[in-house]
Write a protein that binds this ligand. Sequence first.
Ligand code: AHR
Length: 553
Amino acid sequence: MKKRREFLKAGLAGSAVACVCPFSVLPAASAAPAADSRIEVLLDEPQGRISPNVYGHFVEHLGGVVYDGLWVGPNSKVPNVNGLRRDVLEHMKKIKAPVVRYPGGCFADSYDWRDGIGPVEKRPRRTNFWNNADTDKSPANHRFEPNEFGTNEFVHFCKLIGAEPYLAANLRSLPATEFQHWVEYCNSPAGSTTYADERAAAGYSEPFNVLFWGVGNESWGCGGNFTAREYAVEFRRYTAWLPNYGKGLSLVASGPGGEEWFWTREFLEEIARKGPGQLREIYGMSLHHYAWNLSRGKTNDWEKGKGDGLQFEPVDWYELLREGQRMEGLINGHWQAMAEFDRDHRIKLIVDEWGPWYRPGSEETPGDILEQTPTLRDAVFSAMTMDIFNRHAGKVAMANCAQLINCLNSLYLAHEDRFVVTTVGRVFEMYAAHQGGESLRTEFSAPDLRYDRDGQAARFWGLNGSASLRGKNLLLTVVNPHVGEPREGEIVLRGGAFSSGNVTTITHPDIHARNTFEHRDAVMPATVPLTGGERIVQVFPPASVSALAIQLR
Ligand code: AHR
């Protein structure tokens, strides 16, 4: 049985749902039952500020993410700003994209940053890490990296959208000096070093001031096949001296790819063995979690366990959410393991890859490896995941949805002059106002949903979500995962009173619904005024995500 870990280590080298209606079509004008659920928002119980960076993104040189995705080139007929696809820039500004991780992913640990700087016509072509992945039908620039897009273009992109760049250094195949030199290229003051002069020659005299740096990626797998202790030794060596120009650097250690508590423990134990002060070098520890195994416990094989992105039954819908819900246990578990070495929790969790991962076949552009077309299921999954991050605001300092465009859980799909904001992108719109808000304890009480999981009775929570407060503005986001039943919730604001508000909901009668190049607005959020007073009662449609924006008195 091949697991994802082994796959990457190899260097890459229901029908029985408790619903009487057909799952793809809701009963017409279904009458909502009497309030069956209660949501209590405890305005006087803040749980920590939601880091804006939790709403972060990820761009890797993988398939159609960069070429034909974000980057079309300055001479393209596709509307662009300095070669960057204009539609992407505009939407990312709208959702207030706070941070973008680059250049990988597995690509990062085979990347020489120098290949991507200097005059474009002189940049070398290299074999892309993902060259051997699944297909030989992809365009040449997906398999052989032309380096038209590199550090300058990436940082310029971040500046245009107002996001922080987060760079992942190559720990597997470049020496530590190259990490230092990349930092120097990005951050040394104008005129101070040869690298600063090279940067200026490219049109960027002012330093990029890149704060976030990943020290390798998935170092247990494609990032070097290290043990946790071996990686800790390398981490210490690569970070023993880095120039920070008086501004500091936030270094992210490569963390586990799931429930490997041993990785967290052994890594931190080895770091601290040199002295507890060594822990202070670490800003965050990464955590990756993909929901990929939809086999309902039948296999752990990385290929056989995956499900289809578009063809699925309600049981597969619930299975995906169940896999996604594991995120909460991962955050709590690794946080607890971290506390054994870092008692005052200076080190935060950085969930820098998350999303569903299906088998190939749901690409909007055939030949784009790892591309999926998100459906309503992925919108619900993404909302549920972001609610988990909000509920753990004090623990998770950053998260990066994998990946921005033409990839796994993408906000956008694009090919040549065609472009669409996916269901996932729409959910990012609805959740943007959580950024920087104070997370509030919120209690959801709703009947669990029940479904048949291969003859076994299975349950999943009936309603869940999160709430945040900025001044008098409350944002309450709520997921109803049931494919066929609405929930009617009574919303109680403890410690505050409703003044006015509106509710934005994304749903569709068909749980497979998705936005495509042909049907760009098939699944769209709709906003209506919220009526309330002492008591707010809201119907949450089946298979929906709702965002209640409430102005308090
Ligand atoms: O996001 C796709 C790949 O998944 C990344 O390159 C890697 O880090 C992870 O295994």
